[in-house]
Design a protein around this ligand. Structure first.
Ligand SMILES: Cc1cc2nc3c(=O)[nH]c(=O)nc-3n(C[C@H](O)[C@H](O)[C@H](O)COP(=O)(O)O)c2cc1C
Length: 351
């Protein structure tokens, strides 16, 4: 059967990227609402690959397969159930901030077609944690296929950097009971100063505070919620070493590597000069190099979720072979379409 995305993608490409993104999310959201879960069943039949051999145990959780949706595609939790039905082993929503905020002025998202990349400077537009919580409530008993729900948390743009810890704690407190895991995002290039929070002392303060709340929450929920930290691909080795120390000192459960890059080497596309974070194929080598470094330096104690430029099943397999515990995709879903998680799963099964 031909991949229907081969027909949909040329149409989506006619729209500006943010409109295309919104329409796709609306369609997926509507699929969640079809009576009798018919919409979810159709997605399941069309895309999901279910096989117990794909399951991964990590951070005390059972992931039905190692392929997740990266943060930012479904920031406000419009359609986590649909992504799970499509066969994602985990769905990371967010970045969620304490209060609603508009993000940066448009245009703020650009396709780099010739490079198979995206540049975005969205700046965490979102509805804020209370509305996200209300949307997630319907999934409180779990996502389709046993997919794990990750919640990626951040700070509001208007919060000064020295008040950032309170923002992370506020979002954590508001949603921990609905989260499979929580990811602390200190690596988006589009919120001023955010990436400075990756420095050892700053990260120790933030991760320490969130983990203290996690340990308190354990008494309430009876569950220990794994806390991960998402890092930038633009860190040098000394900074990466600082991240590892902060994670070890505070008891962080794992790393998500990486977010988007501000590097622009080797791009051909018209929009290559836009400010923002670059994702997709041009990020692949850098994310892979960071994975290799982390596996070598900390792989035995800190499980790593590899993300950045995974565009094909072969890319994903290589990251897992290199020592990643799990992988995530975003830009690959835009260029290859929703069949990508299933294609990765089939490749992992040798089919
Ligand atoms: C449009 C867009 C928005 C994003 N928003 C977020 C975000 O809110 N929080 C976050 O942690 N990462 C965000 N990311 C980064 C992705 O989660 C991912 O780390 C990055 O894009 C690299 O993966 P990829 O090459 O598969 O896209 C965003 C990426 C894109 C393209």
């Amino acid at each position: 059967m031909t991949d229907p995305y081969g027909i949909v993608w040329p149409l989506l490409r006619q729209l500006d990227p943010e409109t295309a993104h919104r329409r796709a999310l609306q369609a997926l959201h509507m699929s969640e609402g079809v009576p009798g879960q018919l919409g979810l069943h159709i997605l399941e039949k069309a895309f999901a690959v279910r096989d117990p051999r794909l399951a991964v145990n990590a951070f005390g959780l059972r992931f039905p397969n190692p392929v997740g949706l990266a943060a930012g595609l479904d920031k406000d939790a419009h359609a986590p159930g649909a992504f799970a039905a499509m066969g994602c082993g985990f769905v990371e929503i967010g970045t969620v901030t304490p209060l609603p905020q508009p993000g940066n002025p448009r245009p703020r998202m650009f396709r780099l077609i010739e490079d198979a990349g995206i540049i975005n400077r969205l700046g965490f537009p979102g509805v804020g944690v209370e509305r996200v919580r209300a949307r997630l409530w319907k999934w409180r008993d779990g996502l389709p296929g046993g997919a794990i729900l990750g919640i990626n948390i951040g700070k509001n743009a208007s919060t000064p950097l020295d008040g950032a810890t309170a923002d992370y704690v506020a979002v954590f407190d508001a949603i921990y009971d609905l989260a499979g895991y929580v990811a602390i995002n200190v690596s988006s290039p589009n919120t001023q100063g955010l990436r400075t929070l990756q420095a050892r002392d700053a990260l120790t303060t933030i991760a320490g505070a969130v983990i203290a709340r996690r340990d308190l929450a354990r008494h309430v929920s009876g569950r220990r919620i794994p806390v991960l930290v998402k890092i930038s691909p633009d860190l040098d080795e000394a900074s990466l070493a600082g991240v590892i120390e902060a994670c070890r000192d505070t008891g962080v459960d794992g790393l998500i590597a990486t977010n988007t890059t501000t590097d622009r080497a080797g791009l051909a596309s018209q929009h290559r000069g836009e400010t923002g974070g670059l994702s997709g194929a041009p990020l692949s080598d850098r994310s892979r190099a960071i994975l290799d470094w982390l596996v070598r330096e900390a792989g035995s104690s800190l499980p790593i979720v590899s993300v950045g430029g995974i565009m094909t099943a072969e890319d994903a397999r290589q990251r897992l072979d290199a020592g990643a515990t799990l992988v995530q995709v975003y830009t690959g879903m835009v260029y290859a379409g929703p069949a990508l998680p299933g294609a990765i799963c089939r490749a992992l099964l040798g089919q």
